[in-house]
Write a protein that binds this ligand. Structure first.
Ligand code: G
Ligand code: MN
Length: 255
């Protein structure tokens, strides 16, 4: 963990960006930022490992603050070059218990001026349920700052539908486990269909995660998902590659 804090100040961390395809227009309109850590001795540290460790040791706030700054700065840089992308940033349970989170984000937006609607925060259902009252109070302030909220890994957490209704949410991201097994398991297809209906009736956009083949892309398009993300569309890319990818409409993807 001391390596992690040092690494943050020594530029060992970087964000990569996985494109999000807007299905009705077949255009990349956003990207989810994902943290990568190149440790000078250990090499690339598996993301899951250092995130879990940072969460367990109370250090996730350092990482989130770094990621917010880096993601907002990048969104501003893209806008300045005429590339309008909504950048999604993942926040975890402890971040949602930090009543100062909205202020911190507001300050970063004031510093970097990425423009309106440039940022979305992704939170999991489970993160909200750790301390729902605080989490909801924090989340409610975000739309006033023009920040969207997406529920990540939807369908595997424990949020009750009663909470879902009260959340200032813009988007549901369907967990990839449902998408993966959609072709083999017709029950998963029914779940995806039901989540799309639920999301749309509550006024949310719906994104399918973990699209790994053309069949899944076709299926989620037919079921009315608004966005799709996954290795079949693109792996997470460094910022420069993402800019190229956005300019050149995705090949091999026909919707
Ligand atoms: O929980 P969340 O959805 O934020 O997780 C993002 C993670 O999912 C990243 O580590 C990313 O590399 C991974 N990922 C992105 N697309 C795919 C995919 O198509 N298949 C699988 N298995 N993982 C993916
Ligand atoms: Mn996510």
């Amino acid at each position: 963990m001391s390596d992690l804090r040092q690494g943050l100040s020594r530029s060992e961390f970087m964000l990569v960006y996985q494109p999000k395809l807007h299905l009705p227009s077949n255009r990349v309109t956003g990207a989810e930022s994902l943290v990568r850590w190149h440790h000078p001795q250990r090499g690339l540290v598996p993301t899951f490992e250092f995130i879990t460790l940072a969460e367990d040791t109370g250090n996730i706030g350092h990482l989130t603050r770094w990621a917010l700054r880096a993601g907002i700065a990048q969104a501003a840089q893209w806008r300045a070059r005429g590339i309008d992308l909504e950048v999604s940033i993942n926040v975890s349970a402890r971040d949602l218990s930090d009543a100062r989170l909205p202020d911190r984000v507001m300050q970063l937006l004031a510093d970097h001026k990425p423009g309106p609607e440039a940022i979305q925060l992704e939170v999991t259902e489970s993160a909200i349920m750790v301390n729902p009252n605080v989490a909801i109070a924090v989340l409610k302030q975000l739309p006033e700052l023009n920040i969207g909220v997406a529920i990540d890994d939807f369908g595997v957490g424990r949020a009750s539908l009663a909470y879902l209704r009260t959340l200032p949410v813009r988007e549901l991201k369907i967990d990839r486990t449902f998408i993966h097994q959609m072709s083999e398991d017709p029950e998963n297809r029914k779940i995806v269909r039901a989540v799309v209906d639920l999301g749309h009736s509550l006024g949310f956009a719906v994104c399918a995660e973990g699209i790994e083949d053309e069949a899944s892309l076709q299926a989620v398009t037919e079921l009315g998902c608004d966005y799709a993300q996954g290795y079949h569309i693109a792996r997470p890319l460094v910022a420069e590659m993402l800019a190229l990818f956005v300019r050149q409409p995705p090949r091999g993807v026909s919707v």
